[in-house]
Design a protein around this ligand. Structure first.
Ligand SMILES: Cc1cc2nc3c(=O)[nH]c(=O)nc-3n(C[C@H](O)[C@H](O)[C@H](O)COP(=O)(O)O)c2cc1C
Length: 185
């Protein structure tokens, strides 16, 4: 199973970067597989540390994609990293091994410590659709315009039916971004 998360990493100057990543988990290990090139990949290579944040707040995903990453964050205790203040929980991980690949290496990480901040509040279909739209947004350069528009049209059904105020805002934001990216193609 792949879990959609927000991964935070730091560079050697301790500048923090947040980005959405679908991670895999197996017991005490977490696998992060960034395509080349990526800031997360460079940071994982140089610092060998990351924080995996669990959230279903679509604002984090949308704002990462549109490049607005000024999130409320807190410094981890005794670990070089930051976590999202408003997440369900997070895991501090250390890179143990890198499975090399020309397109998409995998960082095999060991969980150093896990933290729970608040309880899961239940599944909302609009949130899932917005995260899908974020994935489309990160692949506009690879996908056909017709496919993108068809998928967005389907995803809009659950957004129209189930979104709250925040989700409606996120949805508008990601649609605007995708439109702009399609025009720039
Ligand atoms: C839900 C979601 C999951 C993603 N998972 C991955 C992934 O596993 N690997 C990857 O390379 N990019 C993934 N992406 C795209 C990256 O977030 C995106 O390419 C980002 O620009 C990389 O950021 P960075 O340069 O800050 O590391 C995902 C995007 C979304 C919205």
């Amino acid at each position: 199973m792949i879990i959609e998360t927000i991964v935070s990493t730091m560079d050697n100057d301790e500048k923090v970067n947040f980005s959405p990543f679908g991670i895999k988990k197996n017991k005490n290990q977490i696998y992060i597989s960034p395509y080349i090139p990526s800031k997360t990949l460079l940071n994982l290579e140089s610092t060998k540390c990351a924080v995996v944040n669990y959230t279903d707040d679509t604002n984090f995903f949308v704002n990462c994609i549109i490049g607005n990453k000024k999130f409320k964050k807190k410094k981890c205790k005794n670990f070089p990293g930051f976590f999202l203040e408003d997440c369900f929980g997070y895991e501090q991980v250390k890179v143990k091994r890198i499975i090399k690949d020309k397109l998409r290496p995998t960082f095999v990480c060991e969980i150093d410590k896990s933290f729970q901040i608040k309880g899961y509040e239940g599944h909302n279909r609009a949130k899932a659709s917005i995260i899908e739209a974020c994935i489309l947004a990160s692949r506009v350069h690879l996908l056909d315009k017709k496919k993108i528009l068809n998928e967005l049209s389907y995803l809009s059904i659950s957004v129209d039916k189930t979104a709250g105020t925040l989700e409606k805002k996120s949805w508008k934001k990601i649609l605007k971004y995708i439109d702009k990216k399609i025009d720039e193609k």
